[in-house]
Design a protein around this ligand. Structure first.
Ligand code: GTP
Ligand code: MG
Length: 430
């Protein structure tokens, strides 16, 4: 038998033995202790609302929680999608809920919508990253950490009656591995009953054919399996929101009043608002929180740690050791650093050599140029010297000619001045 097999057998935990108790001990109160602790600690729930400007996001939130949250109307001129979180402390009976509503402001308003999903994905990842950083801290305080991870994304579909827009499909596809998506048809009072039925079928068909995974209400808990299974078949919920109260019979109900009638928000024949509230808040809020932690956050954490070089053992080998992985990563990093340093040094040497060669070439060129100019200069000088000599010769010849001319002139002058004297002498002879 190999040594590792022996080790594994000796490390294997013994099977626990079942024993019966002689009387009441009291640990059956554990679930109650858990409830009491959770109630004291309070809960947090974070909803992300994605849908085009003015689709009814704020109205629906106000209707769902039966209150008025502070909201600002978004303009249609946002340059890009911006995430705006707002946190509220709510209390119902003795249960405290820290509710964060995150609005994707300006969604669908840009001419180029290619990257509309990116700020949303980045925001969701940033919340996972914050949680991971807190988890990895030496002194962590996850107990009172304000968990901002998004538990549910309500995706508001425009009630066109046609089909989903490509922006909807792309965005939902990018988000489906990061968050629980519940698609809802907004302003469902603007679409007729028969059209709505066909629209729902079309939407679900498109989501399936494009491989978009939406949140499925869980059917593994017997207590809610039936209702959840029924509700899964009603997706996407067609909702109507209103904070206006209208008198119907002798009761005040939340509704939207039109000249031809009243749409009652909480009337299941009018819309699916009650179904949404039931599923989102009353039945599955804890499952949404749990799925966020165990599915979406776990996926983010795994990818992030793998990216950092951590790996689980492959079953047969030694169990995962943080220290060994860290050591291996450190060595890898150092050798990478050395390799980079050597590469840089080589690059520097090559650069210096190249520059040296370039300089030498430049020097040679300059020298050649200098020699060439020198030759031209000497040639010019020689020509000028020749010209000077020629001129000197000419000047000399000219001076000789000039001297001869002057001599001739003076002779001629002398001769003319002697002539009258001779004439006088000749006259006297006669
Ligand atoms: P921004 O935050 O500015 O993007 O808008 P929003 O999506 O929060 O929409 P908001 O709730 O401010 O509603 C915009 C308009 O739509 C208001 O006039 C609402 O009264 C109206 N509205 C909201 N819900 C419904 C609905 O279910 N049906 C109809 N017909 N109108 C609705
Ligand atoms: Mg709003």
């Amino acid at each position: 038998m190999a040594a590792t097999d022996l080790e594994r057998i000796s490390n294997a935990e013994p099977e626990p033995r079942s024993l019966s108790l002689g009387g009441h001990v009291g640990f059956d109160s554990l679930p109650d202790q858990l409830v009491s602790k959770s109630v004291t600690q309070g809960f947090s729930f974070n909803i992300l609302c994605v849908g085009e400007t003015g689709i009814g996001k704020s109205t629906l939130m106000n209707t769902l929680f039966n209150t008025t949250f502070e909201t600002e109307e978004a303009s249609h001129h946002e340059e890009c999608v911006r995430l705006r979180p707002q946190t509220y402390d709510l209390q119902e009976s003795n249960v405290h809920l820290k509710l964060t509503i995150v609005d994707a402001v300006g969604f669908g308003d840009q001419i180029n919508k290619d990257d509309s999903y990116r700020p949303i994905v980045d925001y969701i990842d940033a919340q996972f990253e914050n949680y991971l950083q807190e988890e990895l801290k030496i002194r962590r305080s996850l107990f009172d950490y304000h968990d901002t991870r998004i538990h549910v994304c309500l995706y508001f579909i425009t009630p066109t009656g046609h089909s989903l827009k490509s922006l909807d499909l792309v965005t939902m596809k990018k988000l489906d591995s990061k968050v629980n998506i519940i698609p809802i048809i907004a302003k469902a009072d603007t679409i007729s009953k028969s059209e709505l039925h066909k629209f729902k079928i079309k939407i679900m068909g498109e989501l399936v054919s494009n491989g978009v995974q939406i949140y499925q209400f869980p059917t593994d808990d017997e207590a809610v399996a039936e209702i959840n299974a029924v509700m899964n078949a009603h997706l996407p919920f067609a909702v109507v929101g209103s904070t206006e109260e209208v008198k119907v019979g002798n009761k005040l109900v939340r509704a939207r009043q039109y000249p031809w009638g009243v749409v009652q928000v909480e009337n299941e024949n009018h819309c699916d608002f009650v179904k949404l509230r039931e599923m989102l808040i009353r039945v599955n809020m804890e499952d949404l929180r749990e799925q966020t932690h165990s599915r979406h956050y776990e996926l983010y954490r795994r990818c992030k740690l793998e990216e950092m070089g951590f790996q689980d053992s492959d079953g047969d080998s030694q169990p995962f050791s943080l220290q060994e992985t860290y050591e291996a990563k450190r060595k890898e990093f150092l050798s990478e650093l050395q390799r980079k340093e050597e590469e840089m040094r080589q690059m520097f040497v090559n650069k210096v050599k190249e520059t040296e060669l370039e300089l030498k070439e430049k020097e040679r060129e300059l020298h050649e140029k200098f020699e060439h100019l020198k030759r031209i200069h000497q040639e010019e000088k020689r020509k000028v010297e020749e010209k000077r000599k020629e001129l000197e010769e000419e000047t000399k010849a000219f001076n000789c000619r000039k001297a001869a001319m002057e001599a001739l002139q003076s002779q001629a002058l002398h001769a003319t001045s002697q002539q009258p004297l001779r004439k006088d002498k000749d006259k006297k002879k006669f």
